[in-house]
Write a protein that binds this ligand. Structure first.
Ligand code: GRF
Length: 197
């Protein structure tokens, strides 16, 4: 049987995508990935509580007062200690240092709440509404040195309704995120194992 890919999920807040990733096919013996670690730069992140409730290992350290590369070296050591193969960013609100991205090249995924390349960065739903877009949505992409610019591997569209405000739109997009991210991660991890064999 193929060993599940060892995944670390990086969070800074609520962690609902982390929960979705963890619960997906949790008891399926044929699952392609397993969450080995949930790591955070915010020790009081709500998602860490949820992770512990799910029985997941956690690592948390505040980045405050540390240089970006210095913090990322500690994070990298934690990932190595747990034999991590793929890193999934899920609401990780901190830019990664170039050295970290280079070392993990092709092995970091992120979910972004817009139809990339539209609306990179923050406040995506408000910007989609202001732009008069017909659709909003979410994208899973490979992380590269430039913010929200790496190759997109999966997208889900959400129709914008006339009565939408940023909050209502965010809620519907988030529901799609929870379905899309596990599927995209699963596909990616399957490809990782196939490349090895
Ligand atoms: C999600 O909308 C995700 O797309 C974005 O940050 C939010 C994180 O939400 N990157 P959660 O912490 O997974 O609930």
């Amino acid at each position: 049987m193929v060993e599940p890919v060892r995944v670390a999920v990086l969070i800074s807040g609520r962690g609902s995508n982390m929960v979705a990733l963890s619960e997906y096919k949790r008891r399926d013996p044929l699952r392609t990935y397993r969450i080995e670690l949930v790591a955070s730069n915010v020790p009081e992140a709500r998602g860490l509580v949820a992770a512990r409730r799910l029985g997941l290992r956690t690592w948390a350290k505040s980045h405050e007062g540390m240089k970006r590369a210095e913090f990322d070296a500690l994070l990298d050591a934690a990932l190595e200690e747990h034999g991590i193969e793929i890193v999934a960013l899920a609401g990780y609100m901190r830019l990664l240092s170039p050295g970290f991205v280079e070392k993990w090249e092709g092995r970091i995924l992120n979910i972004h709440p817009s139809l990339l390349p539209l609306h990179k960065g923050l406040d995506t739903h408000r910007r989609a509404l202001l732009a008069g877009d017909e659709y909003a949505g979410c994208s899973v992409h490979v992380v590269t040195a430039d913010l929200d610019s790496g190759p997109v591997i999966a997208q889900a569209k959400v129709k914008i309704l006339p009565r939408d405000d940023p909050e209502s739109l965010a809620q519907r997009v988030l529901e799609e995120e929870h379905k899309l991210y596990p599927l995209a991660l699963e596909e990616y991890c399957r490809a990782v194992r196939e490349m090895e064999s």
